[in-house]
Design a protein around this ligand. Structure first.
Ligand SMILES: [Zn+2]
Length: 192
């Protein structure tokens, strides 16, 4: 699946919106990504899972692990395409953990699945959970890679379907605020 097709699917499902948004960080952005809107359609979820599988199959992963919540569906669809298990890591207090009786066998080859990689923080934390269980992280896989210069270095390759630059600004430096464009809260529809 080419990046253009991923963009088309994101636009078509309003998983990608242009406008003037305030993010949970308090920063403003001209673009908003919510992959759950894409993944609500099983045919899109299946298609991105198959496309990610093409990128990581040669690494012969035996399991896919995604951080809750954003990574669960991506992990599941990628694992389905690969014919392997899908697990998820979730918060246990402050830290991510494998709960629900999930376990990995020592040396098991694992791909970390995400919807969007922004800072790399949750990808890295999920990888640490896998490594602590004796698993070997061979790659990360995500629908979107929107890492900027502040992102953490990952000690394994990341295979995204799409790389997107999403500049963010503090309100006082926001070009859309300066132009008087109405602000949209994520989750609500943008004003066109
Ligand atoms: Zn603004």
């Amino acid at each position: 699946m080419r990046a253009e097709e991923v963009m088309e699917r994101l636009w078509a499902t309003e998983a990608l919106l242009d406008g003037h948004f305030v993010l949970t960080s308090g920063l403003h952005s001209g673009r908003y990504i919510q992959c759950a809107r894409l993944l609500q359609y099983p045919e899109h979820a299946e298609a991105v899972g198959r496309a990610l599988a093409e990128r990581v199959r040669d690494l012969q992963p035996a399991a896919v692990v995604g951080p809750a919540l954003g990574g669960i569906l991506v992990a599941h669809e990628l694992a389905r395409a690969l014919g392997v298990r899908a697990l998820f890591a979730e918060r246990e207090g402050e830290k991510l953990a494998l709960r629900r009786g999930f376990s990995l066998t020592p040396g098991e080859r694992v791909v970390i699945a995400e919807d969007v990689v922004t800072t790399g923080g949750s990808t890295l934390e999920t990888a640490e959970v896998v490594t602590a269980q004796g698993g070997v992280v061979v790659a990360g896989a995500s629908i979107v890679d929107r890492r900027g210069p502040q992102a953490k270095d990952l000690p394994f390759p990341l295979f995204p379907l799409l790389r997107l630059e999403v500049p963010t600004y503090p309100p006082e430096a926001c070009p859309w605020c300066r132009d008087g464009i109405p602000l949209t809260k994520p989750g609500s529809r943008p004003r066109v």
